[in-house]
Design a protein around this ligand. Structure first.
Ligand SMILES: [Cu+2]
Length: 214
């Protein structure tokens, strides 16, 4: 894209310079031809090629893994629930195999959140009613910290998670070991009302006092 942009910019500058220098020679050039050729055909062909390239690359980048390590990740105000193939669940901790691809199927139970573990790669939105697939790869076993990267309410800042990558050969055992501590997550309760709610209530009470309405 950068190479193409530089080439086109160079071409435009060269034509502009030529036009400044050869002002009189330009009368022989058909304006119609310039408009159709450089104004329509050239951009159409160039943009079509770039779009084809972008689609091709997008297809290659798209998460399509036949790997068995598929973990469903459900974002909720304000925590991350990971659900493993066996049905086990962990909260704010996601166990993955190291050294090979794993797939996350992201969704949300309420508003839009965004899953981001900087050391593992790109972030992806968790959208209610939609499942977004993302293939990630942890090179080495270890702990990788992540955050919610889309403002999702008052509990957004502490909505963090840690991805624990286990050696691939020990992954199944690690999950089995976890299985004892797997629990269905308790229902989320809003820990406190949004700050505006209190202010609105106070104003309502004040206005009702003032007007004498019951
Ligand atoms: Cu958030």
């Amino acid at each position: 894209m950068l190479g193409g942009a530089v080439a086109i910019l160079g071409l435009v500058l060269a034509v502009a310079l030529y036009a400044l220098r050869e002002r009189h020679g330009l009368r022989d050039i058909s304006a119609r031809r310039v408009l159709v050729g450089w104004g329509l055909v050239f951009p159409l062909v160039t943009l079509a090629l770039l779009m084809g390239f972008a689609f091709l690359r997008g297809e290659q980048l798209f998460a399509r893994s036949s790997d068995e390590a598929v973990i469903a990740v459900r974002a909720e105000q304000w925590r991350w629930v990971a659900i493993y193939p066996g049905g086990g669940q962990t909260i704010n901790t996601i166990h993955v195999p190291a050294g090979r691809d794993f797939t996350l199927e992201l969704t949300s139970g309420d508003v839009i959140h965004s899953f981001w573990v900087p050391r593992l790669g790109g972030k992806m939105d968790a959208v209610p009613g939609k499942t977004n697939r993302m293939v990630l790869h942890a090179d080495k076993p270890g702990r990788y910290r992540g955050v919610c990267a889309e403002y999702c309410g008052i509990g957004h800042a502490p909505m963090q998670m840690v991805v624990i990558a286990h050696p691939a050969e020990a992954y199944a055992a690690a999950l089995a070991e976890q299985a004892g501590s797997f629990e269905p997550p308790p229902q989320v309760l809003n820990p406190r009302p949004a700050p505006a709610a209190t202010i609105i209530e106070q104003w309502r009470d004040y206005l009702l006092d003032l007007t004498g309405i019951e």
